[in-house]
Ligand binder design. Structure first.
Ligand code: NDP
Length: 314
């Protein structure tokens, strides 16, 4: 079945799929390594569509830490072959649909995370390109939601979000409050970002440069660790509570998972995004133009991004 979730609004876009080019501009790497392996290529083949896919004319993309971890070769064992066009998150317009696709049509505006499984065989041709083939729908919000669900989070529970200012953390905070009905949300960040955490709805903003969250007398039903705090995270959970860990070492009862993107989560959350109850946070250093992808990566890799690092226009 087509794994396309239609975050589509019917757009009056004038798209003529008979005049699609066969070559496109894209960012590519031929070998694993640091930012310098990325090169801008004007002659990349436009991806071919499978029957259950749609081709997107890319308007904007966002970076995730998985993009640079993958480029560094950390997921080599399960990666698609090189050369690679990086990029998971995309927003754009459908310009061509596969024969089995029912939910989307040419001209629809869409957004999403194009790799159904983040680490197992992600596509060779990602979203840092003029066109990309999609059969799935953005990574951070899907991760935020999937982690809360897997932790059994529900109305009336309390949560501590480690890394509250990042791409994932800023969404965990908002979803916990606005979608799940959290009774109390605490989160960590450095001094300059505490006001930002409060603007997202955090009840207790903890400055990790001054305080150790695990030494607080208060314990939480769920700890959501988007930093990789190792054994420290489990010290902040109530007995019988859950600890979700996105990266780094896992100490029981903590557990780790890898995000799945099939569009269902975005379908569920789209009304909250459309109404503005849940906001997408674009890092103020961006958006970066398409020729500044290396600079955007170098910034993301400082581990100081607030919300999402976005590439626009493409
Ligand atoms: P970001 O690059 O958006 O995170 C940057 C943020 O982290 C900054 O705002 C920074 O705030 C904050 N931060 C850094 N160190 C600390 C600290 N010690 N305590 C509190 N906050 C801190 O990353 P993402 O949110 O996109 O991803 C987070 C991690 O989760 C990454 O390692 C990523 O690879 C992983 N991940 C895993 C997934 C999975 O499926 N398992 C899916 C998605 C992400 P400040 O400047 O205040 O320090």
């Amino acid at each position: 079945p087509p794994r396309i979730s239609a975050m589509s609004q019917t757009a009056p876009a004038s798209v003529d799929s008979s005049t699609l080019p066969t070559q496109m501009k894209a960012w590519v790497y031929q070998e694993y390594g640091n930012v310098d392996v990325l090169s801008f290529d004007s002659n990349v083949k436009v991806p071919e569509l499978k029957d259950d896919q749609v081709l997107i004319k890319v308007a904007a993309a966002a970076l995730n830490p998985v993009d640079f971890k993958r480029r560094l070769g950390k997921f080599k064992a399960s990666d698609s072959p090189l050369p690679t066009v990086p990029g998971y998150d995309v927003a754009g317009v459908v310009v061509k649909v596969g024969s089995q696709v029912k939910e989307l049509k040419v001209g629809d505006e869409v957004y999403g995370d194009i790799h159904e499984k983040a680490l197992e065989g992600p596509k060779q041709f990602g979203s840092l390109a003029e066109y990309t083939a999609v059969a799935g729908l953005p990574l951070a919000i899907e991760t935020a939601y999937e982690g809360l669900e897997k932790a059994g989070f529900s109305a009336g529970k309390s949560i501590l979000v480690l890394g509250g200012a990042g791409g994932v953390g800023s969404l965990v905070i908002q979803l916990a409050k606005q979608v799940f009905g959290a009774s109390r949300v605490a989160a960590t960040a450095s001094t300059g970002k505490l006001e930002f955490l409060k603007s997202l709805g955090v009840d207790l903003a903890i400055d990790y440069t001054k305080e150790k969250f695990e030494d607080l007398p208060e314990k939480f039903d769920v700890v959501y660790d988007a930093v990789g705090e190792g054994e420290r995270n489990v010290k902040a959970v109530k007995e019988g509570g859950s600890v979700v860990v996105l990266t780094g070492a896992v100490t029981p009862p903590g557990f780790r998972f890898v995000v799945t993107s099939n569009g269902e989560v975005l379908k569920k959350l789209n009304p909250y995004l459309e109404s503005g109850k849940v906001k997408s946070i674009v890092d103020p250093k961006g958006p970066f133009s398409f020729d500044k992808v290396k600079e955007a990566f170098a910034y993301l890799e400082t581990n100081r991004a607030t919300g999402k690092v976005v590439i626009h226009p493409i």
